[in-house]
Design a protein around this ligand. Structure first.
Ligand code: NCD
Length: 316
């Protein structure tokens, strides 16, 4: 099982065989998670610290459950109450935690690149749980596992990623992963919500949902990430829903067996119709959450196997 990485900072640095390794191991953790007794001991005796500098519901819960099911001692740092609020830098906080010898550090941060920087300073495995608009690798891996299980393969599929691409680390990691696995990726949304270097991404771009969804196997919807917008990107939510909100009528242009995905949190009636989101014949949104725990178990298990032997002090 090839997996050479020492940190999981993004999809950009993962090779296709490493992606397959994570997904294959995650498949076995899906089975474990469906049993009534869900414990394994891959992380027994190890310490996992979750540092979330941005709000999170599912990602933080998912990493916590994943660590606990594998026997790690899991600590959630409450960053709102931490010394960062007293002016301590991210690196100083990380160094302080590093001196307590964690084995796995799970970090979410509002600034792109912050997690990479931190990984250079500590001597444990670092997992990026989302940094700014940059990457959210475990989200792309759980999306990939969901697609592979629903479609029976993860190559030569047509996948439309729709909505607020410009502000989305989920979109960026998915574009990279799906591209590496030789799928055709389309980005669908208003021009104002497309990333500036869209021409370099190796994707097709559509402004019209009907054209963009034509004949696709997978429709991935994204939230309007208003907290990252610094101006008026859309005329109004009503107008946006009319043009870009996914409903049964727009979905009818995709393949008859196309699946609907959303990373959450979902804004019903803004980017997606609530009834469609709940339609278990089309929507795999709950499967994505289930796959999330399994993918995080697999990622932490593989990183723990690649750990450097225990050392003292920090690498500065
Ligand atoms: C996403 C995120 O935080 O990047 N959520 C998630 O992790 N499931 C997407 C979003 O915030 O819209």
């Amino acid at each position: 099982m090839p997996f050479r990485a020492r940190h999981l900072l993004g999809i950009e640095t993962l090779a296709p065989d490493e992606i397959v390794t994570v997904l294959d191991l995650a498949d076995s953790y899906v089975d474990l998670n469906r049993r009534s007794v869900k414990h394994a001991d891959a992380l027994a005796g190890l310490t996992q610290i979750n540092m979330f500098f941005e709000n999170s519901t599912r990602t933080q819960a998912s990493f916590e459950i994943a660590g606990k099911r594998l026997g790690a001692d899991v600590m959630n740092m409450s960053m709102a109450a931490s010394s960062i609020k007293k002016g301590e830098t991210l690196i100083d906080t990380a160094m302080t935690l590093n001196a307590m010898h964690p084995d796995l550090l799970v970090v979410r941060h509002p600034h792109s690149g912050a997690v990479d920087l931190l990984a250079e300073k500590v001597n444990c495995a670092v997992l990026n749980a989302g940094d700014g608009r940059h990457e959210h690798p475990t989200q792309a891996l759980l999306d990939a596992l969901t697609i592979r299980r629903a479609k029976g393969r993860l190559h030569r599929l047509k996948i439309a990623i729709c909505g607020d691409i410009a502000h989305s680390r989920v979109a960026r990691s998915n574009i990279l992963l799906l591209g590496k696995m030789e799928n055709r990726v389309r980005l669908v949304g208003p021009r104002t919500l497309m990333p500036s270097q869209v021409g370099e991404l190796g994707v097709e771009v559509y402004e019209d949902m009907t054209e963009g969804l034509a004949d696709v196997d997978v429709v991935m919807m994204l939230r309007l990430q208003r907290e990252r917008m610094d101006g008026g990107f859309i005329p109004s939510e009503r107008e946006y829903y009319h043009r870009y909100g996914l409903d049964a009528e727009k979905l009818a242009h995709a393949k008859p067996d196309a699946i609907v995905m959303h990373p959450g949190p979902m804004n019903r009636g803004v980017e997606i119709d609530g009834t469609l989101a709940d339609d278990i014949n089309r929507s795999v949104i709950q499967d994505q959450v289930e796959m999330g725990v399994a993918v995080r178990m697999a990622s932490m298990d593989l990183l723990a196997r690649n750990r450097l032997p225990a050392t003292t002090g920090v690498m500065v």
